[in-house]
Design a protein around this ligand. Structure first.
Ligand code: G6Q
Length: 541
């Protein structure tokens, strides 16, 4: 594979950018009355309007050409057929197998992995039904009313996002909490009003060695035992595990009969529809969980089979490359106009930035172009009253993804029309702005005109779906997963490892004993770290 910047399409895009960088969306729309309906695509219930992007037909042609020259179709096939595309960890990347139908066949090392996936789903379903119906009893015979998921990173962000997103479908007489941070406040606040006799902990950890999760799991066990007269037998009734490491699970004291497994070909941030989603299933039931998986699968099929020009993840991924590498955009804002998606931007931050925050290409050479942009966002309309100012009138270009649903899950008077009017108004204002002439015509004093001008030409995507169902949620997440894949493929990076989180972990392990030691430790860090350690030791007393 040629380096990215040597590909003909890249060179052509560089030249093309010079001709288009000053073209405005106002002009593009004025010249093409059909632009707003033409530059759209839809699949599996998601409608994408990408007309308010700074692209022409030529731009799109070149971006598709770039995808072709990057071997995107082959890479997609390599992922879906279980090739070990995570080359730094020598692993297949098969989150798509987690939502494949029972009769599908996906081979890893000569073995079809789909039956195992469905075995685990079935086991999860039986367990979820027992807990939800009250047949699974706690140690004292009380039914389980509270579920606390303990996990971090990929073992937390997906579950908490999905719980919030699907709360409308959840069992309201049960309480769900999520503990991730090693900051004790997280555990204490999550459990302070819970009765141990009615509480089930799910310890979710692929490796079962993660410092934060194991520290929280220990505290959970102590909390449970001190609330249940210290009888260790209680652990089996109040703890289950989601892990790939049966040995460590057994050492912790959890009956491996109550362990739900997954596989090394599921990356943490791609694991929410594996057993890591057990808390989601407990909340919304196996049937809704299945519907969510079918939504994921529908998008998988679309990504694998649709032509590039109509392929939603490809379109969104290529647009992100266009802004990151040619317009120098540093970030992408994701703005859901749906309160239930309040944790969606946080979830996407891990998915996108852990996947594509890489500085070397697959062959280990340092890249000479920008890779993964910073993803961020908050639900609308709240963001409008805080950071949108900078998007509208700041000096930076911030491409935005607006997400909206035609039907509210909780209709309330005029709320939904008002909400949707706002999302449409924002995309319109960003694209077309307000000229000095328009501002003047409103009677604005001359001195104030520059302050009240909106330059416009701020690009956005609008994603519209019918309503936030489990299926739609699945499709939406898969859309972003595959957009990330498209971007990573163009950038020739490995989107599936995360070595960048290792160094800090290792250094923390060295510092813990230095903070805890009774006698002053011999410190060998830099002068800043040494001084901070000394200061902390003194301050904590
Ligand atoms: C995700 C990462 C990371 C991981 C956590 C938790 O892709 O691998 O966020 O999910 O570090 O790991 P464990 O599940 O092993 O505890």
């Amino acid at each position: 594979m040629k380096p990215l910047t040597k590909l003909p399409a890249w060179k052509a895009l560089t030249a093309h950018h010079r001709t288009i960088k000053d073209v405005t969306l106002r002009d593009l729309f004025a010249k093409d009355a059909k632009r707003g309906t033409r530059l759209t695509a839809s699949a599996v219930g998601l409608f994408l309007d990408y007309s308010k992007n700074r692209v022409t037909d030529e731009t799109l042609k070149l971006l598709f050409q770039l995808a072709k020259e990057s071997g995107l179709k082959d890479r997609i096939e390599a992922m879906f057929t279980g090739k070990k595309i995570n080359i730094t960890e020598d692993r297949a990347v098969l989150h798509v197998a987690l939502r494949a139908p029972k009769n599908a066949k996906i081979m890893v090392d000569g073995k079809n992995v789909v039956p195992e996936v469905h075995d685990v789903l079935e086991k999860m379903g039986k367990f979820a039904n027992r807990v939800r119906s009250g047949r699974w009893k706690g140690y004292t015979g009380k039914r389980i009313k509270n579920v606390v998921n303990i996990g971090i990173g990929g073992s937390d962000l997906g579950p908490v996002m999905a719980y919030e997103a699907l709360k409308h479908y959840s069992k309201r007489d049960m309480t769900f909490r999520f503990v991730s941070n090693v900051d004790g406040a997280d555990f204490v606040e999550a459990t302070q009003d819970l009765d141990p006799a009615e509480t089930l902990f799910i310890v979710s950890s692929k490796t079962f060695v993660t410092l934060e999760t194991m520290t929280n799991a220990e505290s959970a066990r102590n909390w449970l035992l001190s609330g249940l007269d210290g009888n260790k037998k209680a652990v089996a009734k109040h703890f289950v595990a989601v892990s790939t490491n049966a040995q460590k699970v057994a050492v912790f004291g959890i009956d491996t009969a109550n362990m739900f497994g997954f596989w090394d070909w599921v990356g943490g941030r791609y694991s929410m529809d594996s057993a890591i989603g057990l808390s989601t299933m407990l909340a919304v039931g196996p049937e809704n969980f299945g519907k969510m998986l079918s939504g994921f699968h529908a998008m998988d099929k679309h990504f694998r089979t649709a032509p590039l020009e109509k392929n939603l993840p490809v379109l969104m991924g290529l647009l992100s490359v266009w802004y990151s590498d040619f317009f120098g955009a540093q970030t992408v804002a994701v703005l859901p106009y749906e309160q239930y998606l309040k944790r969606f931007p946080a979830y996407l931050q891990q998915l996108t930035m852990e996947s594509n925050g890489k500085h070397v290409s697959l062959d280990g050479t340092k890249v000479n172009y920008e890779t993964g942009p910073i993803y961020w966002g908050e639900p609308g309309t709240n963001g409008q009253h805080s950071f949108y100012q900078l998007i509208h009138q700041g000096t930076r270009l911030i491409p935005c993804d607006f997400l909206a649903f035609a039907k509210a899950l909780t209709p309330l008077g005029r709320h939904h029309d008002i909400l949707i009017a706002n999302v449409l108004a924002q995309t319109e204002a960003l694209a077309f702005g307000k000229t000095p002439e328009q501002v003047k015509a409103e009677g604005t004093p001359d001195a104030l005109i520059p302050h009240r001008v909106f330059e416009g030409n701020r690009p956005s995507n609008t994603l519209l779906a019918d309503s936030l169902t489990p299926e739609t949620l699945g499709s939406l997440i898969a859309l972003y997963e595959h957009s990330v894949f498209t971007q990573g493929t163009v950038w020739q990076i490995n989107s599936f490892d995360q070595w960048g989180v290792e160094l800090g972990k290792a250094l923390a392990q060295a510092i813990i004993p230095e903070l805890e030691s009774k006698t002053p430790p011999r410190l060998k860090h830099d002068s800043s770290t040494n001084a901070l350690i000394k200061r902390y030791r003194k301050m904590k007393g």
